[in-house]
Design a binder for this molecule. Sequence first.
Ligand SMILES: Cc1ncc(COP(=O)(O)O)c(C=O)c1O
Length: 399
Amino acid sequence: MKFSKRSSLLSDSPTLAIAAKAKQLKMEGVDIISFSAGQPDFHTPDSVKAAGIEAIENNETGYTASSGKPNLRRLVAEWMSHEVGVDYVSNQIIVSTGAKFALVVSILAAVDPGDEVIFAAPYWVSYTEMVKLAGGKPKVIRTGKADGFKLSPEALEAAIGPKTKMLMINSPNNPTGAVYTRAELEALAEVLNKYPDIWILSDEIYSRLIFDGKKHVSIASISPEIAGRTIVVNGVSKAFAMTGWRIGWAAGPVELISRAGKIQSHSTSCPCSISQYAAERALQIDDSFIEDWVNQYSGRRDLFIRLLEDIPGIEPFVPEGAFYLFCNIGGWIGKTAPDGKIVESCSDAAEYLLDEARVAAVPGGAFGMEGHMRFSFACSTETIERGVMRIAKAVDKLR
Ligand SMILES: Cc1ncc(COP(=O)(O)O)c(C=O)c1O
């Protein structure tokens, strides 16, 4: 039997692969410390869980409108107007099965085969595959620690060509935690003003998780012209600790959202009805608990960085948002493990940590950036302390 070319283009999600191996070892009884999680370790708020239970008990278990319940779309429009700083109405919103599918339908609605989609590396693992799924070509711009892992206007302008259809931007960023300032977004918008046919897809799923009193800025808020061609993606997964409920959304121009809606209606029909009720509740409760979570995340970030200081060969980048520590592990490359194997890449290093330290982390190659590793600090301070101690011991054995 022959398989489609499309399916051959896609690679397995490397973050999921490491997490799966760690999970398997855990199931076998091995004491694994996982820094690979891409989700909060907090629980969905009780009142939100109750809304899901009520939805089941009230038999709200049938299909809903394909782009989401009208009431949820209205609530999302209100929430996004506040979050983004642009006024949205219901027909500018599509509610999808997680922010991930909101990204997919947005790309499918805008990108044709052969079109180029620009984004910066390191990038979230699925961006390349989503673009390829649409037949598009990812045009990846490498960034580095010196530029704060952020796209510069010069690099953006140099990457734009006749086939450029879309720019994807992710702030706060997974895996670096980099957060774009208004001035930086204005500089990017100035370049984009010269190219009015380029779509902007802004993934703001971590918008609520920003540290040190800094505020989230959306590129859509830079000017009405930019807002008119920007699709902003967000959802309840990260801020409300609801990753498994699978509710995310996109906000953007009516025509684009309506086309994304058609794609969604013929692929997943609608997001889960029960989860939509829960999401409605999430958007209406007092959400001051998020501030407490953010404080806990930033405390863990500081602890993690402090503890890593004593380990040679690893240099963390200080994240301003999300819950990941992106570290340069160049100092480990080329070293020899006790079994004689040479650590030749960050994947080897991740494998070594899993085998030797029983610590799971994600190699930078997954994010388009070799020589790095991502550690999630969506875990307890005790886990961080124990995990870093194990890493130190394993690194000490490298020669
Ligand atoms: C940058 C980024 N965008 C989107 C998503 C997807 O979010 P969801 O779980 O709502 O599909 C993730 C999840 O890890 C992410 O890190």
